[in-house]
Design a protein around this ligand. Structure first.
Ligand SMILES: *Cc1c(COP(=O)(O)O)cnc(C)c1O
Length: 369
């Protein structure tokens, strides 16, 4: 394969050859076999979320993950309503930007990037502000790699009788999320993260009664979640041209997830990759940005060793030449980089990566001496 290297990023990520091969055929969007595939995907997503088709439905939406988040925010919050956005990273903040653009009324509860949003603070905010009708937060904040406690916040949101939206983009499929049990009304994720498909659409798991209530509220034509559902729910036809090749690949990726042993098995693999990565990087002198127990199993933010004198560009190029692509940091106050361990990645990859990094550090020492 040309210029082949594996992606140690949070998506797009390394997919299997069998997933990529699915994209070698062309399909028409109104064909029965193709529409049946969309329906099969929707049913499998509900299964993975541990919800019943009587209570929940899955809607697929063209575009990357952000389009899915924007679709939900702009489709379900009416002009008299208000959303509380709990953030501790760039993706949480992005939800406030979407609200700004669409003139959706919001309150912003912001935590530091290494701190999880606190359920008791959310409880107080909901008591103080009866105007809040919806609460939104990110599960796995890919900015740092922190895993937020959506179960605790969901409980508070349910008690207060509000609607709960979760961006589970980089966790769904790789971390078990009992969607109904945790009080989630809308969960957003995308094709190219833990399910290990290729980029091109997002999907939204929706509590049916809440979705029905949103009819007519959408502020966008193409991102109208209710209309997309109404069309797709009839027979699996997408409202506008669907990303056919991506859908074929995703269907295969879902089957491969089931073959691997479902979310518990994938979670175990990711967690094992993550533990190994952190242990071995620490041995090389790198410390993790998060030093508590909220480090998630998806991606890790590392700080550079003390007194290093290399740039990220140099470091990145050296590693890429040897077969792996890592990710720059996304923190403003600290010099960091990130390594994702999701996708078709195994302990052998982690070990190979760490050896490459060790030899990079060794060469650095030699050139300085
Ligand atoms: C990847 C990701 C998104 C979506 O980003 P896109 O670039 O639009 O795919 C949103 N939220 C989180 C937490 C993510 O990791």
């Amino acid at each position: 394969m040309k210029n082949s290297y594996k992606l140690l990023t949070p998506g797009p990520l390394t997919t299997t050859d069998t997933v990529k091969e699915e994209m070698l055929v062309d399909r028409c969007t109104w064909d029965d076999d193709y529409k049946a595939m969309t329906q099969k995907i929707r049913a499998q997503l509900l299964q993975l979320a541990h919800v019943s088709p009587q209570e929940y439905t899955a809607v697929l939406m063209q575009g990357s993950g952000t389009f899915g988040v924007e679709s939900v925010l702009t489709s379900i919050i009416g002009p008299e309503e208000q959303v509380l956005i709990c953030s501790n990273g760039a993706y949480g903040k992005r939800m406030t930007e979407i609200c700004e653009h669409s003139e959706i009324s919001y309150l912003h509860y912001e935590e530091a990037y290494d701190t999880i949003p606190d359920a008791q603070k959310v409880r107080h905010l909901l008591q103080e502000h009866p105007s809040i009708t919806h609460v939104a937060m990110v599960h796995s904040e890919t900015t740092s790699g922190i895993l937020n406690d959506i179960a605790a916040v969901g409980e508070v949101v349910k008690e207060a009788g509000r609607t709960f939206l979760v961006d589970a983009m980089s966790s769904f499929g790789g971390v078990e999320i009992p969607v109904a049990q945790w009080g989630i009304d809308f969960l957003i994720s995308s094709a190219n993260k833990c399910i290990q498909g290729v980029p091109g659409f997002s999907f939204i798991l929706c509590k049916i009664d809440k979705l029905m209530e949103s009819k007519g509220k959408a502020r966008s034509l193409s991102l109208d979640l209710y209309e997309q559902w109404e069309c797709m729910n009839k027979d699996g036809k997408w409202r506008f041209t669907s990303p056919t090749h991506v859908v074929l690949a995703f269907s295969k990726a879902l089957d491969e997830l089931m073959e691997e042993g479902g979310i518990p098995a994938r979670h175990a693999r990711y967690e094992n990759n993550n533990r190994l990565l952190i242990e071995q990087m620490q041995q090389l002198g790198f410390s993790t940005y998060l030093n508590g127990n909220h480090q998630g199993p998806i991606i890790t933010t590392f700080c550079y060793p003390k007194n290093h004198s290399f740039s990220f560009a140099e470091f990145y190029a050296y590693i890429k030449e040897r077969g792996y692509a890592i990710y720059p940091g996304k923190l403003t106050e600290l010099d960091t980089f990130r390594i994702g361990n999701i996708g078709e990645i195994y302990p052998e990859d982690i070990k190979a990566l760490v050896e490459i990094i060790a030899s990079f550090l060794e060469e650095q020492k030699e050139t300085r001496a």
